[in-house]
Design a protein around this ligand. Structure first.
Ligand code: DGJ
Length: 731
């Protein structure tokens, strides 16, 4: 619900449990007055103090300006100014026609409408029940206009934000920075939590109290990156899973991004988030506009778990689109870790047959099936089947897979080109790279300039030929390097600063075309595992390969970090062979299964190499996953332990929406003598119900399971696992 009070000029945005408020003050500054647990519509600008502070300037040029206590440097704002007296993290930087980099945005008007605003060519939340607030601000001196967009999803406690900047002046301006989100707090006793790492160690939680100055994470790799994720949390210092005020902010963008949290001199905090300003310059001629990617905010008054649940639910139901919204994903078998580039049709069919017999539903042929792709040094860009490996092409292979009762899926890396490829020999200028400079290679490959329509059209035509040639129900869209040498032959020198963003828009454009023309195709995102795991990508690819690290123990942290924001149903997770290729560690097949079940679930190994006992375990695992998929993928996910602190026991829980069913999983880390006793307090159950565990005789009181807990046997040996299935009975 959005309420405007004409007298106080406050606009109050209510969700079920939270309230957000802004106020256009009499000088035209759009103040941010509140974001927190739900309150009424009282004008909360009463909390602001106007104190003359040294070195905090006072704006001039407005009639009836107040005392020296009025400074943009000290006031919380909805979208901060630039170069006119606010020295904190910038929302926007605009170079005016006269060369000045100044922007002074003042309230002009606002509109409240039912439904959600639309963003052109960018991922965004959607669905029923939204309201939109759009506030127009203008720089009275240059004519640069900002339209601040707010979407209110009352049910999920979700707010979305974006901004459209328009040049309404008479001369050209250049955007050097446009943040999607600016959020000011009149407090600084907050922790800043980020999800960081690298290839094969993505999304490790780091949390620390804000210190004076700016703390930031970001990416200038052209992808959202393995190194830092475009999702951050600000929370009270003592906030935990079930208590304390938390704010989560996710950017729906898969390219360069920046998130800055600044603790200011007067113990205020500002969070800004948007496209990374490095390498970004976007000229706007008079009349032209630029729209920033969407950011999503959840405020949870009672801890991190409810914040996670709000994001999960909103993403499952209002970001991921049909037909995969709420739909169980197929249990897949992927040949990559079993064969890498060395396979032929018979080998693939053998791998598929073994998996089909045990219950797998989709066979995915990974890298190596096209062009002259016998290693990672050649073939990218030549999307025709290598008939030396696969005589008769897909027309011969796919029916053999379908005859096993399986669907067929294919790996592809559309954004890339190998120097040793027909495509590169024909169009060397289609790769990103500045004239006269040799480009850096990444995994031996170059990046196609996806900002160019003719490049995308060519790749799309090649993809369509494959997709139209046979029955393909899934593709894995991979992307295996960071962008470098970013220069587009299609843009003049003064517009090269647009290339990174235009590249990303090009990727979204191709993904959207695929969706339009192949609406039933399931696309799994991937960038060397989780290098582009973000809310933007989830709008097009309802699942994303979470990490190239398939070691079950490392995955405990990677998956836990990922699911702070992103739903379990989006997390690509497979059981692979041991010793694990990344770590050399051996873990029991049961444990690998339990961990992969906290995701989309599949196998990435030659199941033919398993013993008969192992195959029976796999058969049971697949059946268990199929039986519990609704609970795992649509239920609420609870972290029962913190694997970033202690890996002795890692436990988590899925609870069905009606709270009548739950699945508790526990995995032990490396063992040691005299292990502590394990009593776990379960979460999310109905205190008025009793639960049966694994169909046993005994009934446990829901309230007691949550407040007293359940004890697990002392497990000897390392990397063991237990899974308990709870079903409710009336008391
Ligand atoms: C990186 C992916 O993350 C892997 O799963 C695999 O598909 C390889 N690329 C293939 O080159």
């Amino acid at each position: 619900m959005i309420i405007y009070n004409e007298q106080s000029r406050t606009i109050t945005l209510h969700t079920r449990r939270t309230t957000y408020q802004m106020k256009a003050d009499k000088h035209g500054t759009l103040l941010h007055t509140y974001y927190g647990p739900r309150v009424g519509e009282e004008d909360l600008s009463r909390l602001l103090q106007y104190v003359d502070r040294g070195f905090s300037p006072n704006p001039s040029g407005f009639a009836a300006l107040p005392v020296r206590g009025y400074s943009l440097d000290t006031l919380p704002q909805e979208y901060s100014t630039c170069g006119v007296g606010d020295f904190r993290a910038l929302s926007a930087e605009v170079e005016q026609a006269d060369g000045s980099v100044l922007l002074d945005l003042r309230y002009v008007s606002h509109e409240i409408q039912p439904g959600k605003y639309a963003l052109e060519n960018l991922p965004a939340f959607f669905g029923q029940g939204w309201e939109t607030l759009s506030v127009t601000l203008r720089d009275p001196f240059s004519g640069v206009e900002a339209e601040l967009l707010y979407g209110v999803d009352e049910e999920d406690d979700l707010l979305t934000r974006s901004i459209r900047l328009t040049n309404r002046g008479s001369g050209p301006v250049t955007l050097c920075r446009v943040m999607s989100l600016c959020l000011d707090f009149t407090r600084a006793d907050l922790d800043f939590a980020t999800f960081d790492g690298g290839h094969v160690k993505e999304r490790t939680l780091h949390r620390a109290p804000l210190r004076p100055g700016i703390q930031s994470v970001g990416s200038v790799r052209g992808t959202s990156s393995h190194q830092h994720n475009p999702f951050v949390i600000l929370c009270e210092e003592d906030a935990g899973e079930d208590h304390g005020l938390c704010y989560g902010a996710a950017l729906l963008y898969s390219g360069n991004f920046l998130a800055e949290a600044e603790r200011s001199q007067f113990e205020h905090t500002r969070l800004v988030m948007g496209i990374h300003p490095s390498h970004f310059r976007w000229p706007l001629a008079p009349g032209e506009s630029f729209t920033a990617p969407e950011a999503a905010l959840v405020c949870s008054p009672d801890g991190l778990t409810p914040m996670t649940h709000r994001f999960h639910r909103a993403m499952r139901e209002r970001l991921i689109r049909d037909p995969y919204q709420g739909k169980r994903r197929p249990v897949l078998i992927n040949n990559w870790e079993a064969t890498e580039f060395t396979f032929d049709a018979d080998r693939l069919v053998d791998i598929a047959r073994e998996a089909a017999e045990l219950g797998a539903e989709l066979f995915v042929m990974d890298d190596g099936w096209f062009g002259t792709r016998d290693s990672d040094l050649s073939g990218l860009g030549d999307w025709t089947v290598n008939e030396k490996k696969l005589p008769g092409g897909l027309g011969a292979l796919v029916p053999r897979i379908k005859a096993l009762g399986m669907d067929f899926g294919l790996w592809i890396e559309p954004e890339m080109v190998s120097e040793d490829s027909d495509l590169y020999r024909a169009h060397p200028d289609w790769a990103l790279g500045a004239p006269g400079r040799p480009q850096s290679l990444g995994r031996g490959q170059l990046v196609l300039d996806f900002s160019r329509k003719e490049v995308r059209d060519h790749i799309y035509a090649a993809m369509s030929r494959i997709l139209d040639s046979t029955d393909i129900s899934y593709i894995k869209w991979d992307m295996n390097r960071s962008l470098s040498d970013v220069w587009s032959a299609a843009l003049p020198a003064e517009r090269q600063g647009e290339t990174y963003h235009r590249y990303m828009l090009g990727v979204y454009d191709l993904l959207e075309r695929l969706r339009r023309d192949y609406p039933r195709l399931l696309v799994e995102g991937c960038s060397g595992g989780g290098g582009r795991f973000d809310a933007g990508m989830l709008h097009y690819t309802p699942q994303i390969w979470c990490s190239d690290n398939t070691d079950a123990i490392d995955r405990l942290r990677i998956q836990c970090g990922t699911t702070f924001c992103y739903p379990v149903s989006t997390v690509g997770a497979h059981v692979s062979a041991v010793p694990n290729g990344q770590t050399g560690r051996s873990t029991p097949i049961e444990t690998r299964g339990v961990v992969a079940m906290c995701g989309t679930f599949g196998y990435e190994m030659d199941l033919g190499a398993c013993t008969r006992e192992e195959k029976e375990i796999v058969r049971r695992q697949i059946q268990t996953f199929k039986d519990r998929a609704g609970l795992i993928q649509a239920g609420d996910y609870y972290r029962l332990t913190d694997p970033f602190r202690d890996l002795t026991y890692t436990a988590w829980q899925h609870v069905s929406p009606d709270r009548r069913e739950a699945l508790v999983s526990l995995v032990t880390g490396s063992t040691r003598a005299a292990l502590p006793f394990t009593i776990l307090k379960l979460k999310g159950l109905d205190p008025t119900l009793r639960y049966r565990v694994d169909g046993g005789e005994r009934l446990y009181d829901g309230a007691a399971l949550m407040h007293a807990g359940i004890s697990f046997p002392l497990i000897s040996g390392e990397y063991q696992s237990i899974q308990l299935h709870l079903t409710a009975e009336p008391k």
